[in-house]
Structure formats: structure tokens, C-alpha cells
Design a binder for this molecule. Sequence first.
Ligand code: HEM
Length: 200
Amino acid sequence: MTNQDTAQRPALRSQRLNQITHEPHSKLDALVKAHAPFETQANFARFVVAQYLFQSELAALYNDAELTAIVPDLPDRCRAEAAKADLADLETDVPAPIAGAVSNPSKAEALGWLFVSEGSKLGAAFLIKRAVGLGLSETFGARHLGEPAGGRAEGWKRFVKTLDGLELSAQEEAELDKGAIDAFNRFTVLLEQAYTPELA
Ligand code: HEM
């Protein structure tokens, strides 16, 4: 193995996930911004539709017994109910499910999805500041972007530490990566759907 190979391979699993999702994250960030979610409450409501769909698709994983044995506060981390309450605040109907949700993923794949959902709480720190400009807050309309109990950075660090400490086979490592990439692809689909005129 050359020095270059070593440099390209992050020591920690979470760092590898950060690396492989860097490009999808940049693209999604640009796509979110292209829809100008902070220009009007109506635009923001469409963003919440995408967030709600994503979170509700992941609710089964957040409440899964095997996964909760790994991440004990997992059910508390779920934001499906918060996003649903935001939709009500924004006088927006709860959207019908959209075909293609994650279904029965392996444990490692599920952890890849959860990595992305949990990581998105970091970006939410920036997004909620913009939502305040629309008259929204973590108790009205932008609940799902609010600071999690116990702190945003702390919750993320605990999740990452747990993930980095797991024993995974080579196949599971590949499934983890797949789950993370699939999660970004799925959010992209849901975001596009949320802003299509038929649904808006
Ligand atoms: C569905 C998944 C995700 C969505 C929709 C999302 C969306 C966003 C958006 C729109 C921003 C820009 C905020 C601004 O500039 O005002 C952002 C920033 C950020 N996101 Fe994400 N994100 C997701 C997943 C993740 C993941 C998995 C991580 C970490 C592993 C992450 C970490 C961050 C961080 C640290 C920032 C702050 C600024 C930066 O470093 O670019 N996000 N995110």
C-alpha cells in the first residue's frame, strides 16, 4: 500500500461516510437552495413536505428493536411527529406516501440511512436560523429543525461514536455505504416531488 492509498482511506468509518457522501450532500444542498425554501412560508412548507416524507419513511428504523439495542435513544431521535406538527402549523396537508421508500434494509444499510438523517440535524442548525426570518421557530412550523434534547453536537457525537465502535464485516461496511448513498438519493427524489405543482 502506498502512502497515497493510506491518505485516501479514512481511519474512521464515519469519516469514510462523510467522504463518500460529500458530493451528494453538496448537490442536495444546492438543490434545496434552488427551491428558495426561505423566500416564503409556502416555499418552506414544500421543504417540510419532503422532510416529513423522509422522516416518516424512516420511522420504522428509528423504532426498530435491533437498532435501538445499538443506539439506545434512537426512538427519541425520530422527527416524523415534529415534521407532521410543522405541516399542521403551516396549514399544509400531510402528503400521501410516495412509492420507493426504504423497506426491510439490513442492519448495516439501515445505519447508513440513519447516519444521513442524523447528520441532517447539523445542517438544520443553519436552516432554522433562516426559518426564523419567516416567523417560524422550533415550537412553530420549524419544530423538526430544532435543537434535539441534550444538544445538537452532543447527539451527533454520540451517534458517530457508537457507529464507529461497531464490529462490521466487509459486506456490512459496503451495505452501510449503500444505505447512506441511497438516503441522499431518496431525499433528492422526495424534494423534487414536494415541489412539483401537482402535489403543491
Ligand atoms: C437528507 C440529508 C441532508 C440534507 C437535506 C442536508 C441539507 C443541508 C443544507 C441545505 C445545508 C446548508 C445550510 C446552509 O448553508 O444554510 C447543510 C449544511 C450542513 N450539513 Fe447537511 N444535509 C443532509 C445530510 C447531512 C449529513 C449526513 C451530514 C453529516 C454527515 C450533514 C452535515 C452538514 C453540515 C456540517 C452542514 C453545515 C455547513 C457545511 O459544512 O456545509 N448534512 N445541509
